[in-house]
Design a protein around this ligand. Structure first.
Ligand code: HMG
Length: 391
């Protein structure tokens, strides 16, 4: 039941890694024609974490500017969404809470359902704010996407974190009811606890995503959602940017609309700029799509945006948001572009070394090799405990 309060995204900030591997370097190593990466999957480069970066350091780096701008007052909940969890028990958000110096009177929890987790976190946040509009919720979506070397998924790796301050009377995007929901028990992509690289059936995962798009749209329509004509852009989960195009064509077809390519490009083209150069950031991906859209040249005052969040396994949700007039004064466009531009390009050999790097699991003291020039680092592990530091 709606309380009549407008709720949504008040601030949004993202961070990505120290290093970047251009797809040209991967293509040169494995002999793939570059057109398959640039045009076929729509990816240019992938963010690669340094050994001393992980979901916590990225998440803290994304959230720190939000706390610097708004202070910690009123933040009583921090929800950390990830599928590249670093601990089976402790929420990664507790480390972020500590690195950001948030008050002890805070609720912190980690949520997981593949790439869908951040949307669950956002919906959780909206519910809390409907209950008490004076509260603010910090949602952090942070992931490192890792597949086996030399596998088809390798070209779709990436890493980033998006932090969002969710409040009543938001400055960026008002999130609406209803949502369209869809769940199906499929094994398209998964990561057993003993592995750090995900397992995936690539073609099945594409089919599962499309099935979920159709299911969420059907439910959204049955719940009394807006007609397609109301939407000026769509932010999809983007495991690779061309997936958004496949998904949107499928949505249009299943809703009985033409798939005119100019219409599809108009709906999606403004949402892919960050994902194309960062790669799959799992939970953060759909909100990087929103960041690209808001940071773009066009004025979106009062326009309606569709969000399609998909997490393998699978759970999906479709919902609408309206861009708040005046939102441009609250953007972080320069900082976002700087986060992308500050990455140091690396060659294939260095990327491979970083991919294969991991801590010994003997419980000894193991400092992490220096790498990041970002604001937070994973200094090492000792006694099986991760040690973070603010630089
Ligand atoms: P693949 O099977 O090696 O590639 O890997 P392909 O043969 O399907 O080719 C890809 C596209 O490139 C095709 O286009 C080719 O035609 C084209 P399409 O037919 O699909 O439109 N192509 C070329 N284009 C131009 N010039 C060329 C050329 N050669 C080929 N020379 C696959 C692709 C996506 C399967 C692989 O990268 C993979 O396994 N990725 C990981 C899984 C994934 O991203 N799945 C997406 C849906 S599931 C999801 O989104 C959830 C996820 O984020 C996880 C989560 O929820 O937690 C993954």
């Amino acid at each position: 039941m709606s309380t009549g309060t407008t709720v949504g995204i008040h601030d949004l900030s993202f961070a990505t890694t120290e290093f970047v591997l251009p797809h040209t370097a991967l293509a040169e190593y494995n002999g793939t024609p570059i057109g398959k990466y640039h045009t076929g999957i729509g990816q240019r480069s992938m963010s690669v974490p340094a050994a001393d970066e992980d979901i916590v350091t990225l998440g803290a780096a994304a959230a720190a500017p939000i706390v610097a701008r708004h202070g910690a007052d009123g933040i009583r909940t921090l929800v950390f969404a990830t599928e590249s969890s670093i601990d089976q028990a402790k929420a990664a958000g507790v480390y972020v809470h500590s690195l950001l110096g948030l008050p002890s009177a805070t609720r912190v929890v980690e949520l997981k359902q593949a790439c869908y987790g951040a949307t669950a976190a956002l919906q959780f946040a909206l519910g809390l704010i409907h209950r008490d509009p004076s509260q603010k919720v910090l949602v952090v979506a942070s992931d490192v996407s890792k597949y086996e070397l030399d596998s088809p998924g390798e070209a779709t790796q990436g890493a980033a974190a998006v932090a969002m301050l969710v409040t009543a009377d938001p400055a960026l995007v008002r999130i609406e009811d209803p949502s369209g929901l869809f769940t199906a028990d499929v094994m398209d992509f998964w990561r057993p606890n003993y592995r750090d690289a995900a397992l995936v059936d690539g073609q099945e995962s594409i089919g599962a995503y499309l099935q979920a798009v159709q299911g969420t749209w059907k439910d959204y329509s049955e719940q009394g959602g807006r007609p397609l004509e109301d939407f000026s852009a769509f932010c999809y989960h983007q495991p690779f940017t061309k997936m958004a195009y496949k998904a949107h064509r499928h949505l249009l077809n299943s809703a009985g609309h033409d798939t005119d390519e100019a219409v599809v490009e108009r709906a999606l083209g403004r949402t892919t700029g960050y994902n194309a150069v960062i790669g799959n950031s799992y939970t953060a991906s759909v909100y990087l799509g929103l960041a690209a859209l808001l940071d773009g040249a066009e004025d979106l005052d009062g326009q309606t945006v569709g969000f399609l969040s998909y997490g393998s396994g699978s759970v999906a949700e479709f919902f609408a948001g309206t861009v708040v007039p005046g939102y441009r004064e609250h953007l972080r466009t320069e900082a976002h572009r700087a986060a992308i531009e500050r990455r140091q390009p690396i060659g294939y050999d260095r990327y491979r070394e970083l991919h294969e790097w991991g801590f010994p699991t003997d419980g000894g003291d193991h400092p992490t090799p220096a790498g990041t020039t970002g604001p937070f680092r994973l200094a090492g592990i000792g006694g099986h405990k991760r040690i973070y530091e603010k630089r």
